[in-house]
Design a protein around this ligand. Structure first.
Ligand SMILES: CC[C@@H](C(=O)O)C(=O)SCCNC(=O)CCNC(=O)[C@H](O)C(C)(C)COP(=O)(O)OP(=O)(O)OC[C@H]1O[C@@H](n2cnc3c(N)ncnc32)[C@H](O)[C@@H]1OP(=O)(O)O
Ligand SMILES: [Co+2]
Length: 139
């Protein structure tokens, strides 16, 4: 497998609106996207662009949101996952499985419109890891 660039850092928050204010007013971020809902992923999302990567703010959406338990343990929010690009999602899936790492569910379409999957933090040194197919590989 060829590991590509860090695409984004996922940051869970109880309030995207409050987090936008922090990134804008305290961090000086100038490129902040419009929040949008991703019901299939159980999250509301907002991207903050930095010169070399993105911060992905995620707020729970719906009762079955996968970030609810995280926010119960971390009520103020916090760093939730790292996302790396790969050229071929199926090859990456086979690679992680061959290494015995627990892939969480099947690949699905992520916030960038390309396939993603997650690898359990227990197999990744405590870091929930998202793997996404690079937008540049889409035809
Ligand atoms: C915006 C869309 C998309 C994109 O395109 O970018 C996204 O990023 S969506 C992001 C949200 N979606 C997901 O996170 C999906 C994958 N996650 C899961 O399946 C679950 O969250 C989980 C990782 C399996 C955790 O399950 P959960 O029920 O929430 O927690 P547990 O209490 O059972 O946790 C077990 C164990 O793992 C530790 N943990 C949980 N979350 C994290 C984390 N983010 N980083 C590091 N460690 C984490 C948790 O503390 C437990 O540890 P122990 O207590 O020691 O057992
Ligand atoms: Co993500």
């Amino acid at each position: 497998m060829i590991l590509g660039r860090l695409n984004h850092i996922g940051v869970a928050t109880p309030s995207i609106d409050d987090s936008i204010a922090v990134y804008r007013d305290v961090m000086g971020a100038t490129a902040i996207g419009e929040p949008f809902d991703l019901p299939a992923q159980g999250v509301r999302v907002c991207f903050v662009d930095t010169p070399n990567t993105q911060i992905e703010l995620i707020e729970p959406l719906g009762d079955a949101s996968p970030i609810r338990a995280f926010l119960e343990k971390n009520p103020a929010g916090g760093q939730h996952h790292l996302c790396y690009e790969v050229p071929d999602i199926q090859a990456a899936l086979a690679w992680f499985r061959s290494k015995g790492a627990k892939v969480l569910g099947e690949p699905r379409t992520g916030a960038h419109g390309t396939p993603i999957f997650f690898v359990h933090p227990k197999d990744m040194g405590g870091v929930l890891t998202e793997i996404m197919e690079s937008p540049r590989e889409q035809h």
